[in-house]
Design a protein around this ligand. Structure first.
Ligand SMILES: CC(C)(COP(=O)(O)OP(=O)(O)OC[C@H]1O[C@@H](n2cnc3c(N)ncnc32)[C@H](O)[C@@H]1OP(=O)(O)O)[C@@H](O)C(=O)NCCC(=O)NCCS
Length: 205
């Protein structure tokens, strides 16, 4: 029995463990995005570690820095979910800096310009979208509405279930509390939260 378990470890578990880092980079990132990669619309300094399937979609460009991690195995809602990074139209750009880490089930969608700077951490089920997918005017409801941009500074912590809307800017070191709906410009070193998000307090380093 012990011999059988040893054999199983050597021939089954050990090879699976050996291939695990490749699975994260290839099965969760390279293979689902072959078309995007072949058409050279992504530029990365280092292939990200993807603990969840990452889908790159849309007609624009994506830039990813070094040391990024997408998805978190023990973060909840991991199995069956995915992360989608979508510069929706030609000319749209999504820039992700170095050492950005996300939890599971994230949707980043741009019609213009989204920038997430170095060392930012993003919780589960976060949506970042720099445009209105529908017009405000009832006659233009089937057309794309206002298009803006989103800048997220360095070392920002974005809590779970946050939605960041067009024309938002978050200063460095700031925190977006869980469940916030963010629209507007916020300074460095503050905690913002609520719907719509307001400054809850200042962070004293
Ligand atoms: C913001 C947060 C970090 C707490 O910071 P804190 O400095 O400990 O803040 P406190 O708990 O002292 O709360 C300060 C005020 O903010 C309010 N507040 C806290 N979290 C809030 C939220 N998510 N939305 C709205 N208001 C919130 C509190 O009610 C309190 O209000 P009061 O001063 O009127 O009583 C935490 O609430 C949070 O949202 N963390 C993110 C959790 C998460 O998503 N984790 C997973 C991703 S890794």
């Amino acid at each position: 029995m012990v011999k059988l378990l040893k054999m199983m470890y050597l021939f089954v578990l050990k090879p699976i463990r050996f291939f695990s880092p490749y699975k994260k980079r290839y099965f969760n990132f390279v293979f689902p995005n072959l078309f995007f990669l072949i058409t050279k619309r992504i530029n990365y300094k280092e292939r990200p570690i993807c603990n969840q399937k990452v889908y790159l979609t849309g007609g624009g460009q994506i830039k990813i820095g070094k040391g990024c991690i997408f998805g978190y195995k023990i973060g909840g809602f991991h199995k069956g979910g995915s992360i989608e990074i979508q510069p929706r139209y030609k000319g749209a750009i999504i820039k992700i800096g170095n050492n950005v880490a996300t939890n599971n089930n994230i949707f980043i969608c741009s019609a213009n310009h989204i920038e997430i700077n170095d060392n930012t951490r993003i919780g589960q089920n976060v949506t970042i979208m720099d445009f209105e997918a529908h017009g405000i005017d009832p006659r233009k409801r089937n057309k794309v509405g206002e298009i803006g941009e989103i800048i997220i500074g360095e070392n920002v912590w974005i809590g779970n279930n946050v939605i960041i809307l067009k024309n938002s800017s978050i200063g460095q070191n700031s925190i977006i509390a869980a469940g916030a709906v963010v629209s507007g410009v916020f300074p460095d070193n503050v905690i913002i939260g609520g719907v719509p998000a307001k400054i809850i307090k200042t962070i004293h380093g």
